[in-house]
Design a protein around this ligand. Sequence first.
Ligand code: ZN
Length: 255
Amino acid sequence: MPTLSVQVAAELWFLLPRPRRTGEVTAPAAPTDTLGHVVQSLGVPLTEVGQLRLDGRAVPPQTLVGDVTPGRRDSGPEAVLQVPDRPRPQPTSVWPPRFLLDVHLGSLARRLRLLGVDTGYRTEAADADLVRWAATESRVLLTRDRGLLARTALPEGALVRHDSPEDQLVDVLDRFAPPLAPWTRCGRCNGLLAPASHADVAARLEPGTRRSYQQFARCRGCGAVYWRGAHRRRLEAVVRRAEQVVAARQGGRGR
Ligand SMILES: [Zn+2]
């Protein structure tokens, strides 16, 4: 069986099994394996990698090991497979990008919606339903589940690489640099907000809110009413930080 020496970019080491987090891994590979399979079997989803290179030559992930390592024997020199991180900003099939979040990512979903990014999310959905939903609406599936990203029916996905919603948000914005439209989308249902007058919404408000605020917005989807409430300062800080992250990345995109 041929072996490949796989050089994994430092940004992706956290995906490798702990004893192998040195970036260079020797992987036995059957001639009928694809290079993509070899990479995934190390724990690195293909959604996370850029252009694979074998002995310096660009190769697609569907390449069969047997086709690129002819005549190599166990004792011979190993072919070197380079696995880079996905370049950023990452283009998406639809622009601006639409996302779909795995069921465990509710906090990230609310933050993306606050920023006006089109974000599908339900608290309950089977894996197969998520994949179908992502495919039907051309959404990039964001998940912490590497098995979900390996599903062949999934057109576009990305691994959410951090634990805290704050870090997750920065990573997603840095990766895709989506255009932002803060305060235009409903955090509950992803619907678009429209300005609403005090008279329009008064019946739905608590007396204190009715007295204290004059400017409102209402969701065209679910009817939820929004105003500049007590959390405004904290949310404004989230928006400012997000705009900085995207602006820094969009500089590289040249848009
Ligand atoms: Zn709504």
